[in-house]
Ligand binder design. Structure first.
Ligand SMILES: O=c1ccn([C@@H]2O[C@H](COP(=O)(O)O)[C@@H](O)[C@H]2O)c(=O)[nH]1
Length: 238
């Protein structure tokens, strides 16, 4: 997989997705379907996007007891998406179960979807983590610890902020994926994100992929915004 720019399709239904994709003509995209869209449209939205030839990250962030996650992943594997995910906070047994479920649900001869774990949401600040989650460690150590657990559990990578990528690459190797949301151009509003970074910083620090939502989807000209983010993401390549 090249280092993709993944567009978060945070829309309320398929009609809104269709209107958004009209800006992109025939371009093959890497898109992310999250809870908002999937809970409204179900597996049908995945078939629709696959028929259009797009790559898909199904971002449902599973977090439950190991058996429930295993069975849920068995079902999700049948959707044949490229990437799925869990919350690392569910622990190692849950993450191992996720992989078992994916392997069990993947058609013979096919590769199972890539599975990554959310470490700490990019909306979480160090202050919030200390005061609300009562995790009194440095956020960088927490992200590293969760990423180490994910690797030991057989996962392929993590979701983290751009600011943790260098450490994770150094400690866990750059083939362990770092998928980074919380991406903003300098003129964009931060919204509910706290650990943000620009696309070019993400590239320079070694993110495997960036996830971009509102900086593209909420712009007057989404295609122009996409090209601008893509240029910033790709042009800082050494
Ligand atoms: O830690 C995380 C994990 C997932 N996300 C998701 O990425 C997009 C970001 O959207 P923006 O509009 O670019 O802020 C969104 O779908 C989140 O659910 C994340 O932001 N942080």
């Amino acid at each position: 997989m090249q280092r993709p720019l993944i567009i978060a399709l945070d829309f309320k239904d398929q009609q809104e997705v269709k209107e958004f994709l009209q800006h992109f003509q025939q371009e093959q995209l890497f898109v992310k379907v999250g809870m908002e869209l999937f809970y409204q449209e179900g597996p049908e939205i995945i078939s629709y996007l696959k028929k259009l030839g797009h790559n898909i990250f199904l971002d449902l962030k599973l977090h439950d007891i190991p058996n429930t996650v295993k069975q849920a992943m068995r079902g999700l594997a049948k959707l044949d998406v490229d990437i799925v995910n869990v919350h690392a906070a569910g622990g190692k047994k849950m993450m191992e179960a996720a992989i078992e479920g994916l392997e069990a649900g993947t058609q013979e001869g096919k590769k199972r979807p890539i599975c990554i774990a959310v470490t700490q949401l990019t909306s979480t600040s160090q202050d919030m983590m200390h005061k609300e989650l009562l995790i009194n460690e440095d956020i960088n150590n927490v992200v590293l610890h969760y990423a180490q657990m994910a690797k030991e559990s057989g996962l392929d990578g993590v979701v983290c902020s751009t600011h943790e990528v260098e450490t994770l690459n150094a400690k866990l190797g750059s083939s362990f994926m770092t998928v980074t949301p919380g991406i903003r151009m300098k003129e964009d509003s931060t919204d509910d994100q706290t650990r943000i970074a620009s696309p070019d910083l993400a590239r320079r620090l070694g993110s495997t992929a960036i996830v971009v939502g509102r900086s593209i989807t909420k712009q007057d000209n989404p295609y122009e915004a996409y090209l601008k983010v893509k240029k910033a993401w790709e042009e800082s390549e050494e």
